[in-house]
Design a binder for this molecule. Structure first.
Ligand code: SF4
Length: 377
């Protein structure tokens, strides 16, 4: 639940899941909902993959997945895992030896479906490797690759088939006394994914990895993900998420954070509140916001900034933000700091000035947080 007791209409009651570890990142229980993405470089190229992982981590990724389709990839994984700033999930399809190699290479988690590994001996070998190397496992059910017997039983991919598939995989891990797993039941169809996730959320206390798979390009995929993941998160379902876009993985991270930010579930960086602009605007709102988003991308401190074209909504929004700018007449507007009207600033200098004000405010917020942490200790 968020701590917004004075605004109960904002509370989200998170489903009670058990907590597992993906490297040093807790997933489930009361851990923050983590944001994941997946690299799209050649996994055998450790340097290129590490570069992309670093960009994703800089954008806020808590965990990054790397596919390990062959031995070149599992060999490179050793260097990737050793130098990655965030825990690595190795994505394995079918081949049990790649799973064992990935665990030995230092992967923090294996994305593998135990029902697809093969006979009991192979399953046990993979689970033993995961256990020996402190790896968790993600069971990743996908509507597009359901087991044939379930498709025959249910006629088509449906929520019940996806939940049954997930429970079958879970049983294999639990029969082997392995409990460090999380689960996803993804589909590209928002309705199917949402229903499957609700079903699995009721059927197990395992942490849940959310995703709308193959969601599409940046715009359409963002909307689909915001609807699907947003609804589930609002219901309290979901402990970690990946937004799947046909776009740069860094964009997936940004969209993941924006979904969590919109629901008040996680905060990172500057939340810009801006108006759509109209004939009343005292400056070019759209261009200013575009430049500010870019210039403020380095700020990690959670804070808010209002950029509003005129006094119709500017002063009201500025009351609730850390830094605000409201357009006025004669080529100048009003700057607000911590909700208070502060001083006038010309439109020509406002971008540099706002960046400076945001950086200063971020430093104050960080110092206050450090002091509070020290006092708590
Ligand atoms: S805040 Fe002012 S400039 Fe912005 S859309 Fe509203 S009326 Fe137009």
């Amino acid at each position: 639940m968020s701590l917004n007791h004075v605004r109960p209409w904002r509370n989200i009651y998170r489903r009670q899941s058990r907590k597992i570890m993906v490297g040093n990142v807790a997933v489930g229980g009361d851990a923050p909902i983590s944001v994941q993405t997946m690299t799209n470089t050649d996994s055998g190229d450790a340097a290129a993959t590490l570069r992309q992982i670093e960009q994703c981590a800089e954008a806020g990724a808590d965990i990054v997945r790397v596919s390990a389709p062959d031995q070149d990839a599992t060999r490179a994984l050793r260097e990737i895992c050793a130098h990655s700033p965030v825990p690595i999930v190795a994505d394995i399809h079918f081949h049990y030896k790649r799973a064992i190699e990935a665990a030995e290479a230092g992967a923090a988690c294996l994305r593998i479906n135990p029902g697809n590994i093969g006979d009991d001996k192979r399953v046990k070998e993979v689970i033993d490797a995961a256990r020996d190397h402190g790896c968790s496992i993600r069971i990743g059910v996908n509507a597009g690759s359901l087991e044939r017997d379930l498709l025959e039983k249910y006629g088509e991919p449906c929520p019940e088939a996806m939940v049954e598939s997930a429970l079958d995989h879970i049983k294999i891990l639990e029969d082997n006394d392995f409990h460090e797993f999380k689960i996803s039941v993804k589909a590209s169809d928002v309705f199917l994914a949402a229903a499957a996730y609700q079903g699995i959320a009721d059927a197990t206390d395992a942490p849940i990895h959310l995703g709308i798979t193959e969601a599409g390009g940046l715009m359409s995929g963002t909307i689909k993900s915001a609807l699907g993941l947003g609804n589930l998160l609002w219901m309290g379902i979901g402990d970690t998420l990946r937004v799947s876009l046909s776009a740069d993985p860094v964009e997936e991270v940004r969209v993941g954070y924006e979904i969590l930010k919109a629901l008040g579930l996680r905060h990172r960086g500057v939340n810009i509140i801006s108006c759509p602009s109209c004939a009343r605007q005292g400056f070019d709102v759209i261009e200013t916001v575009r430049v500010l988003e870019d210039r403020l991308a380095h700020i990690k401190t959670p804070m808010s900034l209002s950029i509003i074209g005129c006094v119709v909504n500017g002063p009201g929004e500025a009351l609730m933000t850390d830094v605000g700018f409201t357009g006025g007449g004669a080529g100048a507007g009003m700057v607000y700091l911590a909700g208070q009207q502060s001083h006038k600033m010309s439109n020509d200098e406002m971008v540099d000035h706002i960046v400076e004000q945001v950086e200063q405010r971020a430093a104050v917020i960080e110092a206050e947080r450090d002091a509070a942490d020290q006092a708590a200790e």
